[in-house]
Design a protein around this ligand. Structure first.
Ligand code: VGL
Ligand code: ZN
Length: 194
């Protein structure tokens, strides 16, 4: 299968932040493996002049998802801290659109669409289809892809550029199945034209 990208496509990279990478506060196993693959998609975006967006988990210090407040997660991605930074190994273009999410202390927001202006920004650019990769398959990628479909965007799930938390074994595979059932098409770098 060779798929052509077109002027209505954009790349959306979900939460490739230091805290989700090995050594980080909420490290995703082998999360670092997505970075060189995402860099290949970013090179394609540059060649084809596709817009690039990058979401980031951007929590207040007392976020409700943290264990100190009875939530499921260790403290992670507190706004402005080193752990919340994108890894410098990710070759984001200088004009990448940054989407900060889950910024309110009493609501979690796994999706990059939740409580953000992402839909409007994409519509303003005439985007119809999103190429989505990043971390983590079973949380923020899943939430983002579901919402993208709900908002009427086509989705190419970059399956070689996602990794799962897998709190329960199989969560990542289940998430991928859910995303396909929601209409996302799973692709790999070799499926896209250069
Ligand atoms: C995420 C757990 C908690 C994610 C964010 O980006 O997938 N996972 N917060
Ligand atoms: Zn979070």
């Amino acid at each position: 299968m060779t798929l052509a990208v077109n002027e209505h496509d954009a790349v959306l990279i979900v939460d490739v932040q230091k805290d989700f990478l090995p050594g980080g506060a909420l490290a995703v196993a082998r999360g670092d493996e997505v970075v060189p693959v995402l860099n290949r998609y970013l090179a394609l975006a540059r060649r084809k002049r596709l817009p690039v967006f990058a979401s980031r988990d951007w929590h207040p210090g007392n976020h409700c998802s943290f264990r100190a407040r009875g939530g499921p997660w260790p403290e992670h991605c507190v706004a402005g801290t080193p752990g919340a930074e994108f890894t410098p190994a990710l070759e984001l273009p200088p004009d990448a659109g940054i989407v900060s999410k889950a910024t309110r202390e009493d609501a979690d927001a796994y999706s990059a669409f939740s409580g953000t202006d992402l839909t409007q920004r994409l519509r303003n650019l005439g985007v119809r289809r999103l190429l989505v990769g990043g971390l983590a398959t079973d949380y923020c990628v899943l939430g983002t892809v579901r919402d993208a479909r709900q908002h009427g965007f086509e989705v190419l799930l970059l399956r070689d550029a996602v990794r799962a938390v897998n709190v329960k074994p199989g969560d990542g595979e289940r998430a991928e199945r859910d995303m396909r059932e929601a209409g996302a098409v799973a692709v790999e770098i070799g499926d896209l034209d250069r």
